[in-house]
Design a protein around this ligand. Structure first.
Ligand SMILES: [Zn+2]
Length: 563
């Protein structure tokens, strides 16, 4: 009588002591692994590819399948691992403990103990071999019925291809490949792309949206390096606002047993490449109910911390192993993360968001119009982008300021161009005129109680001084900004190096992303010193970026960003 590997596993397969859950294999917890098990047992399918995150149960589940095969559909089985050390550890910690507990397979074990070694077991139904991908002798010339290629990302170059070619096949050979990916378009990623590309989609109870579970849709609250809370949000577009920008649903799933079960019960694989010649799957720990989301958030924060110190390895590992997105080699400074948060750009006009302590408006002045950024700050320096848009006239700027209920002293306007017009507006509306500079710091006197200067402190802006507006016949206030340092600080927040969020809304305009997230330092020879330096380049298209660094200066002056 035919019994499928899922039913078989639930009856006979005990998880080894290293597994998170002990006891019999439990199909209810691994709903996202069952299609792979069915495909493994389906005689019409000759190969399958799983590109999966770490700790998701891919090895465990394939071990159930192989044990099932050795009992129910036996034939020579070869499990190829990156090296002998891997094989031996795998045998001791995973295979042997489960084998000892598996009653049907124990009956098929050879009588003589020496027919069991760490690298092969001569079952009465067929040979099971643990092969080393680096060994030509291990791989060549064996007729194989079941070929498992495990963690091929760690194989030496060319060895995956070698294993596939040199394993002399029986007509009913089945090849199963499973691995995390190490880099974009490595062998497992290409194999995944060549298959059906099944990805786990989740149905939203609020909007009915059907979306892939991705790390970028998680939202967390960090306290220092601790992930205090984390949830998954629904990124499905549910309409457009008056500016024709998409609005997303934002429904939240939390790391509760109910929500984790919901993700299994209301999710399923959807092919992104239907009609491909073989099935392939992509899944990661957010779906596996035994991986706490907080631990994923924790990995992320530690990776960001290391990255801020110049160590990109934890970030690469997080990307490949944890969230299962193949790593693209790019100069790190050129690829800041763009994480959109689940709120809308028009959501907070006169109304403050929860925790908002200060709101500012930065204005970059162009030949024909203005570029405005409005950002709200919390006392801990977390902030939200509230508006980013072009504005035509000074009067429209004033109307926007009033619409967003921003105090006059928190409007900073660039005075490098159209200076006289800007000064006049600053007199009229009591705004602050600003101008950038190449200075990295300005010295400010530190005074004692009776006003005597007792030292100097460095700040990334000058003292406030008066400047004459001929048009209005009055002074306005002007401040000079230390542009390079303020851009450094702004990039620090933008690139998630700070412990607080620097948020942009889900429907942020593309022009903002282009101008703000494409800003990175470049190498340049200093004419005077003849040494290589990293500098912020001058570009034409960086209006929103300039407005953002004005706001950073404002938040420092207000004591919200502490240096
Ligand atoms: Zn939704």
């Amino acid at each position: 009588m035919f019994i499928d590997p899922i039913t078989w596993g639930a009856k006979y397969f005990y998880l080894d002591p290293n597994a998170t859950h002990r006891g019999l294999f439990n199909p209810r917890l691994c709903k996202f692994l069952l299609p792979q098990m069915r495909a493994f047992a389906d005689p019409r399918i000759t190969r399958g590819v799983e590109m999966a995150g770490a700790q998701c149960g891919k090895t465990q589940k394939t071990l159930v399948c192989v044990f099932w095969a050795l009992d129910q559909d036996a034939g020579p089985t070869m499990w190829v691992t990156p090296n002998e050390k891997f094989s031996k550890l795998f045998f001791d910690t995973r295979i042997r403990p489960s084998l000892d507990l598996c009653e049907p397979l124990r009956r098929r074990l050879p009588k003589r103990e020496r027919s069991i070694s760490k690298l092969h077991i001569d079952f009465s139904t067929g040979m099971f071999i643990l092969a080393n991908a680096g060994s030509t002798a291990d791989l060549s010339g064996k007729p194989i019925r079941w070929l498992i290629i495990d963690e091929e990302k760690d194989f030496q170059p060319g060895r995956v291809e070698y294993a596939l070619v040199r394993t002399r096949s029986k007509p009913d050979l089945k090849i199963w490949r499973m691995s995390t990916s190490k880099r974009y378009e490595d062998t497992i990623h290409l194999a995944f792309l060549g298959g059906t590309q099944d990805m786990w989609h989740l149905k939203c109870p609020r909007c009915g949206g059907y979306e892939v579970i991705r790390w970028k849709n998680f939202r967390y609250v960090a306290k220092g390096l601790l992930c205090e809370s984390i949830c998954l949000t629904c990124p499905a577009p549910i309409g457009v606002d008056e500016k024709n920008q998409p609005i997303v649903c934002g429904y939240e799933w939390h790391d509760t047993p109910e929500d984790r079960a919901y993700i299994l019960d209301h999710g399923e694989y959807v092919s992104h490449n239907p009609g491909a010649p073989y099935p392939s799957w992509n899944y990661w720990g957010a779906i596996a109910p035994w991986i706490p989301w907080q631990s994923i958030g924790q990995d992320w924060l530690l990776a960001m911390e290391a990255k801020s110190k110049g160590d990109y390895e934890p970030f690469r590992r997080f990307t490949c192993d944890t969230i299962n997105e193949p790593w693209e080699e790019q100069p790190a400074d050129k690829t800041p993360e763009v994480i959109r948060f689940p709120y809308k750009i028009s959501q907070y006009k006169a109304a403050r968001f929860q925790g908002e302590a200060m709101r500012g408006m930065g204005i970059d002045v162009q030949q024909k119009d203005f570029r405005v950024v409005i950002r709200g700050f919390e006392t801990n320096a977390a902030s939200k982008l509230l508006a980013a848009l072009p504005v035509a006239t000074f009067e429209d700027l004033r109307a926007l300021q009033i619409e967003y209920a921003i105090e006059d002293r928190f409007v900073f306007i660039d005075s490098a161009h159209q200076s006289e017009m800007v000064y006049a507006a600053c007199v009229e509306y009591n705004w602050m005129a600003v101008i950038g500079s190449d200075e990295y710091n300005f010295n400010h006197p530190r005074k004692d109680l009776i006003g005597k200067t007792i030292g100097w402190v460095q700040k990334p802006f000058s003292a406030i001084r008066d400047v004459w507006s001929f048009k209005r016949g009055k002074n306005c206030r002007l401040i000079t900004l230390a542009t390079p340092r303020l851009k450094d600080i702004t990039a620090f927040f933008r690139d998630s190096k700070a412990s607080v969020n620097w948020e942009i809304p889900s429907d942020v305009p593309e022009s903002y992303i282009r101008q703000v997230y494409n800003q990175y330092k470049v190498e340049r020879i200093n004419d005077r010193t003849k040494r290589l330096e990293l500098v912020w380049p001058d570009r034409r298209e960086d209006h929103y970026w300039d407005a953002e660094y004005f706001l950073t200066a404002m938040a420092i002056m207000a004591g919200i960003i502490k240096l």
